[in-house]
Ligand binder design. Structure first.
Ligand SMILES: Nc1ncnc2c1ncn2[C@@H]1O[C@H](COP(=O)(O)OP(=O)(O)OP(=O)(O)O)[C@@H](O)[C@H]1O
Length: 594
């Protein structure tokens, strides 16, 4: 139960642990004082004669300690609850900060349900470990030894028997710990797996329905839930054996101590008062152990969750944050360069996602990136946001390699809008204000207007105050993309990357967004990298780069590339069909984009 990682984490909760331990010790001291006063009262009553007054005095003391103990007990639950809340908040802060450090590279490999289970149930379990088990362990380490030591000054043989009984009650149940822990870990792993699968199935209900796979997935979940039930029962059986042995040691130890003490009292080696002292204090020396046993069961969930928490802390972030360079100035906006960049996603295919890719985005230019699916376009965006570092080559911002900047500064400089943006269960306005919480209503409207979102937001039940469903589930794909674009347009990052960010928009809206990108004063000054499948989206870019299997195979503006019989022209023909009619169908070129 004294896990290295849990003890290291205890530094985050040292205050609450010590407060709970101090309360536990005070409770033990009050119980012991009450027991001693009661034993003295019984001793005086047993002695009879003029001991009655002394017995009344001792009873008064016992009553006083009882009141103190009751007051401490009254304090116990709220204090532990408050300490527990503090422990949970501190641990979750640390875990969430850790998840932030690990970034999207970790999230891509982890199952959301498992992480959620660790953050919710795991932390709940650790709360009991820190506010009940560890403090009680400190009480067990001090109180029984102190009581037995003191009793040894009264009657050494009786104290020796009591010491043996306490040792047995502490040590013997520990033989079951390993088994219990093994079963607990199996149960926790099952619970995490089940959480992950339930979360996935809940999110996939529409897909499961249309594919008629609901029953099959439901049966698999039921089978997993049944296995979890069986694991829980197996664990409970071992746990009951362990509790039984603890109880046996406590009661057997008390009986053995009393037998020795009663024998001594009958032989005249011990006064009745001292015999009562043993009777009541033996109980008090075992009380911390029985409390520890109860705390063990409460805190043990945390112990079984510790593996996943440990995994989280042991995971190595995909990138380090050691840069110290000042962020690049916004005006003029920084240029971006990819120099011979090679990168293979961890666990991805053997072929690198980017293979000696070289590309320059001059300050304030609009660069289009096109290529077939899987060509490596999004990987460019990932590397520019520094979710990963290249295996070879460099990505430079304003002439300096990205690792020279602090991650926070880099992320304030480069904004990426993804194809499937994440919207929060919050109002439309709050979603748009994510990167710039102090933006005025007017600025929010303007950004939404540039993203082609103002009109549809106006038709929502409460306009900009409409609260969205989780992950924007109450909006269409195109509406979600428009809100994400508005969010990025409202921000002030001088480098803007749109990674298929307009793919769900109808052509007309997409054209309006493209035009805003080239002509709106809020956007046209920035260095813009637009990744697109639809070639119309990037047709007016200052430079278009064509990616093919991780390599930049061609670059130039639209006219230049169309004059060559290369990859770009092949893409154009594949997308629209050959012939001059396709060319005529293109929109007039906006004047301001240059
Ligand atoms: N997280 C990942 N783990 C492993 N491999 C990945 C990961 N992300 C991308 N890849 C691989 O890297 C290669 C390039 O992917 P990338 O997403 O950059 O292509 P893309 O050009 O953006 O494709 P699309 O147009 O379909 O979005 C692909 O072979 C893909 O399988």
């Amino acid at each position: 139960m004294l896990h290295r990682r849990l003890l290291r984490l205890a530094t985050a909760a040292a205050g609450p642990v010590l407060v709970c331990a101090a309360l536990g010790l005070l409770l033990s001291a009050a119980s012991l004082a009450q027991a001693i006063a009661l034993a003295r009262a019984l001793g005086h009553l047993f002695a009879g004669g003029d001991g009655t007054d002394a017995a009344i005095g001792a009873l008064a003391w016992a009553a006083a300690f009882m009141v103190v103990r009751a007051a401490l007990l009254r304090l116990d639950a709220p204090l532990r609850a408050r300490c527990g809340a503090e422990v949970r908040a501190r641990l979750r802060d640390r875990l969430v900060a850790r998840l932030g450090e690990l970034g999207p590279a970790y999230a891509a490999g982890a199952r959301a349900g498992r992480v959620q289970n660790t953050l919710v149930a795991g932390v709940e379990g650790l709360d009991a470990y820190y506010t009940r088990y560890l403090p009680q362990l400190l009480v067990v380490a001090t109180a029984p030894a102190a009581i037995v030591g003191w009793l040894a000054t009264v009657h050494a043989p009786g104290a020796a028997v009591l010491a043996c009984a306490v040792a047995i009650a502490v040590v013997v149940p520990r033989f079951w710990d390993a088994t219990l822990l093994r079963r607990g870990r199996a149960r926790w792993a099952g619970m995490s797996r089940l959480s992950a699968e339930y979360l996935e199935a809940t999110q996939a209900i529409p897909t499961l329905r249309v594919l008629g796979a609901g029953r099959r997935v439901g049966a698999r979940l039921a089978e997993r839930a049944d296995r979890l039930y069986r694991d829980t029962m197996a664990q409970l059986r071992v746990s009951l054996v362990e509790s039984g042995i603890s109880a046996l040691a406590v009661h057997g130890g008390t009986a053995a101590t009393l037998a020795v003490v009663a024998g001594a009292a009958l032989n005249g080696g011990l006064t009745p008062g001292d015999a009562f002292l043993f009777l009541l204090c033996a109980r008090e020396s075992f009380r911390p152990l029985t409390d520890l046993s109860a705390a063990w069961h409460a805190g043990y969930l945390g112990l079984t969750a510790v593996d996943e928490i440990e995994d989280l802390f042991a995971a190595v972030p995909a990138v380090t944050d050691r840069g110290e360079r000042r962020p690049p100035p916004c005006q003029p906006p920084p240029d971006v360069r990819f120099e011979g960049v090679t990168f293979t996603h961890p666990g991805g295919s053997a072929h690198p996602a980017l293979d000696s890719a070289t590309l320059r985005c001059p300050p304030g230019a609009l660069i289009g990136v096109v290529g077939a699916s899987g060509a490596g376009k999004s990987t460019l965006a990932d590397l520019l946001a520094r979710h990963h570092d290249p295996d070879a080559g460099r990505v430079l911002l304003a002439g300096h390699p990205l690792p020279e900047y602090r991650l926070a500064d880099l992320r304030a400089t480069v904004t990426v809008v993804h194809q499937e943006p994440h919207l929060f269960h919050a109002s439309v306005a709050d979603n748009i204000r994510l990167a710039r919480p102090d933006a005025t209503d007017e600025q929010v409207r303007r950004a939404a207007g540039l993203a082609g979102a103002d009109a549809f937001i106006g038709r929502l039940p409460s306009g900009y105050r409409t609260v969205l469903g989780e992950r924007g589930s109450t909006l269409s794909g195109g509406q979600r993309q428009r809100i994400a674009l508005a969010r990025a347009f409202l921000g002030t990052a001088p480098v803007l990357v749109l990674d298929e960010a307009t793919s769900h928009l109808d052509r007309e809206t997409e054209r309006a967004v493209t035009e805003a990108l080239t002509s709106a004063p809020e956007l046209a000054w920035r260095t813009r990298l637009v990744i697109a499948h639809r070639l119309d989206t990037v047709r007016h870019a200052d430079l278009i780069a064509v990616l093919d299997r991780g390599r930049v195979v061609e670059s130039g503006d639209h006219e230049h590339l169309m004059r060559r019989d290369g990859a770009y022209r092949a893409l154009v023909h594949r997308q629209r069909g050959p012939g001059p009619s396709a060319e005529r169908a293109d929109p007039p070129r906006p004047e301001a984009h240059r």
